[in-house]
Ligand binder design. Structure first.
Ligand code: ZN
Length: 295
């Protein structure tokens, strides 16, 4: 995971009133949802009641996330799949699982988790909120995250609707999410990686994010292993070149390392962490060297 700049909301999101046709449809859906919500009698809209207006904006999130990478796992999506606009805070319900689920997906096995609690409502009022949208791969979004959204509220873990707490408008201002959102927080300090592609948490948020999105699933570790191997080879080449005072080879290695760390590179978060851990170099230092024409 790496930090990204959230794409700027199109003008219709800030204009009021507006003649934009799509925006009018969004407003109509918002009104319908609001009418359908009834906390007194426990009636809430179904997932199908939330018309999909977000896919119209998917390309903006794709572009902002390293030109087509999943916000959570950093796999490149766009060449082989469509990916989806994902709701950071679930719109139509909330789920808590009682077990971690199966991480071995090498034969496409499913997580097979048991529900501890699931139900309604979700954060229905944020369904069309620009700041609640992200672009994600199918595995992270549909197979793993689903309607999970662990938070801390008033010092307690409230990972679900409960008898103490039912999400209502404004709830998001009184809680601390445990799922990292790279548009809001720099996720880098929350994880570390090893040279064979394993991901390990460095914080409560890091741990919860790995759990919720299945970031330690085996196929993903195998993909990261390929990139980790390339990084480790370049780090070795850099260290040998530096110790031999071979400036040209040193520059060439740093240039390769920089390419593996850029926003558009798959698993750039891991690349930057390995670079720091094994070569004691910061990604931003490499950017400066490039800017100054030194690599
Ligand atoms: Zn993903």
């Amino acid at each position: 995971m790496i930090a990204y700049q959230r794409p700027q909301a199109p003008p219709e999101f800030s204009r009021n009133p507006t003649k934009d046709k799509l925006w009018k449809k969004i407003e109509k859906t918002r009104d319908d949802i609001r009418i359908a919500v009834d906390y007194q009698s426990n009636q809430y809209p179904e997932s199908k009641d939330f018309s999909d207006h977000w896919t119209n904006y998917k390309h903006l999130f794709e572009e902002a996330q390293g030109r087509g990478k999943c916000i959570y796992c950093e796999s490149r999506i766009t060449g082989s799949a469509y990916g989806a606009v994902e709701h950071y805070r679930p719109k139509a319900g909330l789920t808590k699982f009682m077990n971690r689920g199966n991480r071995d997906d090498l034969r496409n096995q499913l997580p097979k988790r048991k529900f501890l609690k699931q139900g309604k409502p979700g954060y229905w009022w944020l369904a069309y909120d620009w700041n609640n949208w992200l672009y994600s791969c199918d595995r992270c979004n549909s197979t793993w995250k689903g309607n999970q959204f662990p938070v801390i509220k008033q010092g307690e873990h409230m990972p679900m609707f409960s008898t103490h707490w039912t999400p209502a408008e404004g709830a998001e201002r009184q809680e601390k999410p445990l799922l990292l959102n790279p548009f809001n927080t720099n996720p880098s300090p929350h994880f570390r990686f090893d040279e064979v592609g394993n991901i390990l948490p460095k914080s409560m948020e890091g741990w919860q994010t790995i759990e919720v999105c299945g970031l330690d699933r085996k196929k993903l570790v195998r993909e990261r292993f390929l990139v980790a191997s390339a990084i480790m080879r370049q780090i070795d080449a850099y260290i040998i070149a530096a110790s031999d005072n071979h400036l040209e080879l040193e520059k060439a290695s740093l240039k390769e390392l920089l390419a593996l760390c850029k926003d558009s590179a798959s698993f750039a978060g891991m690349a930057r962490d390995l670079l720091k851990g094994y070569a004691e170099l910061d990604y931003v230092d490499l950017l400066h060297l490039e800017k100054d024409g030194l690599i």
